[in-house]
Design a protein around this ligand. Sequence first.
Ligand code: BJW
Length: 232
Amino acid sequence: MESIRNIIVLTGAGISAESGIDTFRDAGGLWEQHRVEDVATPEGFARDPQLVQRFYDARREAVQQVDPNPAHDALALLDQRWEGELLIVTQNVDDLHERAGASRVLHMHGELLSALCARCETRHKWSESLLGQPACPGCGEKALRPDVVWFGEMPYQMDRIYAALRRADLFVSIGTSGAVYPAAGFVRDAREMGAKTLELNLERSEGSYWFEESRQGRASKLVPEWVAEMLG
Ligand code: BJW
């Protein structure tokens, strides 16, 4: 541990599962309930905006009813105590890392509690429904969409993520299936750039063989254990 100063943590839906938020690809997950092409692509939104707005309205409402779990709490503690560099890159669109008290958080797939104006491209904090086509507070156009990254769109702040990967001594992946790029490729990038790699997941992920170490179990158990090791 002594050689580790800069840490990059990637989180996915599995870290929020024990807070009561559905994952995507587990049994009963969101992609069993909805067709990805319909609700998570720009083409699906163009075809049926109301369907997509309803899908995200329901999730925006649900996320405001749940609380962070011990895995979010442990990462927030690491954020508060770790003196080296730390970046928590989350694929999650919930705000549970922040509500647990973490501040070094980057939402690469956007945020449920934000709306993006398709006209003026401004992002606005948003906790209400988008179904009734409210006007953009910036430009006044009725062009607000969920501020999330759909398939075929560029995730947020990739330059900042790759810069952190280049500096990282340790890359830790938590609760993600490794099915979606570019996040699924970060482990390879991190290894090539010399970082140690660790996976914490309920089961081995699709890219598990790329990690030097993989621990299986619930995030609410594995993450506090790992953070305790790091903080000694
Ligand atoms: C627990 C647990 C517990 C459960 N404790 N663990 C062919 C090859 C390569 C790439 C492509 C390709 N064809 C197309 C692409 C690109 C495409 C892609 O990856 N497609 C794949 C299907 C192959 N990617 C894109 O289009 C991305 N953009 C892009 O590539 O731009 C170009 C570019 C080029 C070069 C550099 C950079 C960019 C955009 C992807 C956008 C993804 N969007 C979504 C929706 C966001 C909004 C929303 O929430 O609705 O993001 S899809 C969905 O998947 C969501 C998630 O963030 C993402 C990842 O899911 P995650 O988090 O891994 O969840 P699950 O459910 O899959 O896994 C949960 C895991 O937790 C499981 O392993 C469980 O076991 C575990 N678990 N309970 C611990 N208690």
